[in-house]
Design a protein around this ligand. Structure first.
Ligand SMILES: [Zn+2]
Length: 224
């Protein structure tokens, strides 16, 4: 995540290889060419016009988080659950905040607001600059799935602390990085993570990147 902030937008891992590490997750594509969501082993590319298409297995990613999703905890969501109340609801379901949790919310939404990064051209700007052109899409009365992770604060810099989730509609035609939502009714599933495997690219850009800026937390809050 720190490398993305520093403008390292090209990775080495292909989507085909990534899917070998997990059937569920999120991320982005080389050049920030859209948001990624992986559900049931299918990788979807969510572009800045809000559309979703199946990602090319030969495409590459500079940042992705994946796991093999096993719903250890399943709960019916409280009716009319707003995004701001999700964290407290998750806290009521889990026994510790010190683990990683993959999170899947499936149901009918009153509204979902997403944003999607716009493909960047070299020389790449830093992410605080790149995300200023993000396209925001608003969907009303939509069924679909929110997928992502609740990450402990101690993983700051490796990943995005707190809830980082992406949305795709039930027809797999639209989606993006979730800014806000209101869930009319649905199901929340959590998969507890105790193992973290980190793969770093052996690129010149990554090896020269500034990965521990003083304002790391602020940059993550601005961009995510
Ligand atoms: Zn995102």
């Amino acid at each position: 995540m720190s490398a993305l902030l520093d403008g390292v937008y090209d990775g080495e891992m292909t989507i085909g290889e990534l899917l070998g590490h997990g059937n569920f997750g999120l991320g982005t594509f080389d050049g920030l060419d859209g948001e990624m969501v992986i559900l049931d082993g299918v990788c979807w590319q969510l572009r800045s016009d809000g559309t979703a298409t199946r990602a090319d297995l030969d495409a590459r990613t500079p940042f992705a988080v994946v796991t093999n999703f096993v719903p250890h905890i399943t709960a019916k969501a409280p009716d009319n659950l707003a995004r701001k109340d999700v964290s407290a609801f998750i806290d009521s379901l889990i026994h510790s905040q010190n683990y990683m949790y993959a999170l899947r919310i499936t149901g009918d939404f009153a509204d979902v607001t997403t944003r999607t990064v716009v493909k960047q051209e070299k020389p790449y700007p830093k992410m605080v600059e790149a995300t200023q052109s993000d396209a925001v899409v608003h969907m009303d009365h939509v069924s679909g799935t929110i997928a992502g992770f609740r990450t402990p604060v101690y993983e700051q810099g490796i990943s995005v602390p707190g809830c980082h989730v992406h949305f795709i509609d039930a027809g797999c035609t639209h989606g993006g990085h979730v800014l806000d939502f209101s869930l009319l009714s649905g199901t929340i599933e959590l998969c507890v993570g105790t193992d973290l495997q980190l793969r770093l690219p052996l690129t010149d850009e990554f090896s020269r990147a500034e990965l521990a800026p003083d304002d790391l937390q602020q940059q993550i809050e601005t961009t995510e």
